[in-house]
Design a protein around this ligand. Sequence first.
Ligand code: SAM
Length: 288
Amino acid sequence: MEEKDKLSNPQVTIQTIQKYGFQFQKRYGQNFLIDSHVIGKILRAADIKDTDTVVEIGPGFGTLTQYLAEAAGFVYAVEIDGKLLPVLEDTLSSFTNVKVIHQDILKCDLRQLIGEGKTCKIVANLPYYITTPIIMGLLEGQVPAESITVMVQKEVADRMAAAPGSKIYGALSLAVQYYADTYLAANVPPNCFMPRPAVGSAVIRLTRRAVPPVEVKDASRMFRLIRASFNERRKTLVNGLRNDPQLGISREQAEEALRKMGLEPTVRGEKLSLEQFAELSDLLPQTE
Ligand code: SAM
């Protein structure tokens, strides 16, 4: 397919909108890409090879899909909006290695979709309203994804990659970094999309770790602890922990564990690394 005929050419996207009388759905986070340079950056970050199976979340008109189909072995494109199905049939008609699945990605069993024992690369310009559930679902679930290369809100990409001590470091940074290595591939301004989003965007690649970077007796309890610590951001970690009734931790127990770790009782959650949260989790009583 020639570059000028692809949807990354804004004229082709405009013609497609007119041909189908398409109306963008805000509730589905529809901001379509209209910039081939940005798509090039996504493809390079994802390192797509002709032997790869790719799962694209939310193909929209098929703008990114056209490039993925040229680069990959096979592409599964999962789209929730039924109004886009006739458009995709048209814009992807010259490719025999793409299958469009009409489904909510949050309800889609990707393992079953790509076939037992197979792995895939996930690539997407994500609908921003469900970025966190999609990413956490992919990381926590049994999805055999080698890497996840996604366009997200810039602020969310920065939070995923943030280091301890920084203002934006929080529960999302810790959860993502427990499962994956992060690589910020590009910043993308609003004028690369139609319609323009109100926020800046960024491409981030998450590469699943073979083994978690820390050992902890009960990882899900550690994550509950992390969430409680950051729930009360302006308060101390001790207050965050004792105010979560499900954790059942007293002020004395929390302070004692921090003392053993050589930390002040007034320390805030954002100062602790993943290693320290693992240590804290193991030191605190395990019953809930
Ligand atoms: N990939 C296209 C592009 O880059 O031009 C469209 C990206 S747009 C930001 C997000 C897409 O995800 C839309 O097509 C939207 O309809 C779709 N979408 C939204 N929620 C979804 C869900 N829960 N499951 C699958 N697709 C979804």
